[in-house]
Design a protein around this ligand. Structure first.
Ligand code: SAH
Length: 460
């Protein structure tokens, strides 16, 4: 093997033109064929870069100056964008974000699925790609004896102390965080100190219903008993009529996990409610609920369109979570079977079905890859199977179970184009054809890519 030396050295300043961009949103520039990954670099841009890390086959750089900006470069509107890291694409205009997400799906399908020549539609974006998140969980710290709230600085656990707003979060949640911080500060409730594993208030979580406007506040503390907590609760309840639920969560562990095991309703209801597409959902402190309901509706409408239901179909919704997709489908199917591994999610799914008087959806706790073969043995013959797996994609046993069940159509909702492509390949090899794919932007300003694919069985 020939030994090659990287053409750059650490701390060297170089001029590069970015040719491409990675999944993480880093610009890729090449020096004599040696790739340099540079956060915030956009394709087509010429820039001055300081080399900060040199590996054998690639290196990393820091953007020092953009000499020729891309026409898609914009000033990030968030005052802490470059520190925070919660968003990765605020320096890129929205048109390019949407276009890039579509291209990413296209490339992944080609590379990992050898799938080409099918329609991959333009990404469905948001009219207003800001203030979309209905939930915020913010760390609490101390500075000069006062409480501060802010996200962690990128790759650290230091709270950004000059964070004014999170402009992808519902504005009401932002204001609620400010209000709670001020009240708690006045009452002398101290923040939790992660390094010392001492102190009280760890996180404040606020969720709000986009349609109902109901709000929930969750106060996460290290100790079980908190001096002044009753006064804090009273002030929030008296002054903020949208708040319907105030919950105490105790997390005494040394951990990065935000919520502890124990939750206790301090005031109001255990649940708040919200609606997606006319279906009502009950949301507790620990429930999973889609963070962008506006785009969720668009995604699930597409899934429903692809399912092409007439009212006579039996449908399986695997990885069903709290039954969001299942309940959508149930409105137009004869019967929907949902399966999900987390028991609390299934309890929510059942409660949500009752809440909406939907009686043709049944929910089961278990591993989808085990429950589906069992259903098949019981004689269940689905016309359509919908899957919405986590990032790692579908279990192979589940893909096999789907192929054995021979549904007419498979609708695959995916948050990771690479595993989607891998799984579509297996399903194609088993007798299905990918018809079309629709990317939907669920998380504007971030690199997350979500899409839904339609497959049909090829009749032998
Ligand atoms: N469609 C759901 C969310 C799906 S997220 C909604 O919109 O609410 C993926 C879900 O798959 C998670 O709820 C996760 O708990 C579940 N899951 C992960 N592995 C699983 C498995 N092997 N079998 C069944 N469900 C699983």
């Amino acid at each position: 093997m020939t030994k090659t030396t990287p053409p750059v050295q650490k701390n060297q300043t170089v001029e590069v033109t970015f040719e491409d961009i990675t999944h993480e949103g880093d610009g890729v520039g090449k020096i004599n064929g040696y790739p340099l990954f540079v956060p915030y670099g956009l394709p087509g841009e010429k820039a001055v870069v300081k080399v900060i890390k040199v590996k054998k086959n690639f290196g990393f750089g820091r953007l020092v100056d953009v000499i020729q900006p891309s026409k898609h470069r914009v000033d990030p509107p968030c005052n802490v964008y470059y520190k925070c890291g919660g968003c990765q694409l605020q320096h890129m205009d929205y048109e390019m974000q949407l276009d890039r997400k579509r291209t990413q799906v296209e490339n992944a399908l080609k590379k990992f699925g050898h799938i080409e020549g099918i329609p991959i539609h333009p990404t469905i974006g948001m009219e207003e790609p800001w203030r979309y998140r209905n939930k915020v969980q913010i760390p609490v710290g101390m500075k000069h004896g006062e409480l501060i709230t802010g996200f962690y600085r990128k790759k650290s656990h230091d709270i950004i102390d000059d964070m004014e707003r999170c402009i992808i979060t519902d504005e009401r949640n932002d204001h609620m965080i400010d209000a709670i911080r001020e009240i708690a500060n006045r009452l002398g409730i101290p923040a939790y100190d992660e390094k010392q594993h001492r102190g009280v208030l760890r996180h404040i979580m606020v969720r709000s219903g986009q349609v109902t406007k109901q709000m929930m506040v969750v106060l996460v503390t290290k100790p079980n008993k908190v001096h002044g907590l009753d006064k804090l609760v009273k002030e929030i309840a008296e002054n903020y009529p949208d708040v319907k639920s105030i919950v105490h969560n105790v997390n005494s562990e040394r951990t990065n996990v935000i919520l502890g095991k124990k939750t206790n309703v301090l005031w109001g209801e255990e649940y708040i409610y919200d609606e997606i597409g006319g279906i009502r959902f009950a949301i507790s402190a620990k429930s999973f609920f889609q963070v962008n309901p506006v785009q969720t509706k668009k995604l699930y409408d597409k899934a429903l369109e692809y399912a092409n239901l007439t009212g006579n179909e039996t449908v399986i919704d695997a990885y069903c979570g709290i039954g969001t997709i299942s309940l959508f489908l149930a409105q137009q199917a004869k019967k929907v079977y949902g399966v999900e591994i987390v028991p609390e999610a299934i309890a929510d799914a059942k409660a949500n079905a009752r809440l909406n008087h939907i009686d043709n959806a049944e929910f089961f706790v278990g591993q989808a890859e085990k429950v589906m073969p069992w259903w098949q043995a019981q004689g269940l013959k689905p016309d359509v199977i919908v899957v919405d797996p986590p990032r790692k994609g579908c279990d192979e046993a589940l893909l096999k179970a789907m192929l054995d069940m021979k549904p007419e159509r498979i609708v695959y909702v995916s948050c990771n184009p690479s595993t989607l492509a891998r799984d579509l390949r297996i399903l194609e090899d088993g007798g299905y054809q990918t018809k079309e794919v629709q990317p939907v932007d669920m998380f504007p300003q971030t690199t997350h890519v979500e899409c839904v694919a339609l497959m049909s069985r090829i009749d032998e």
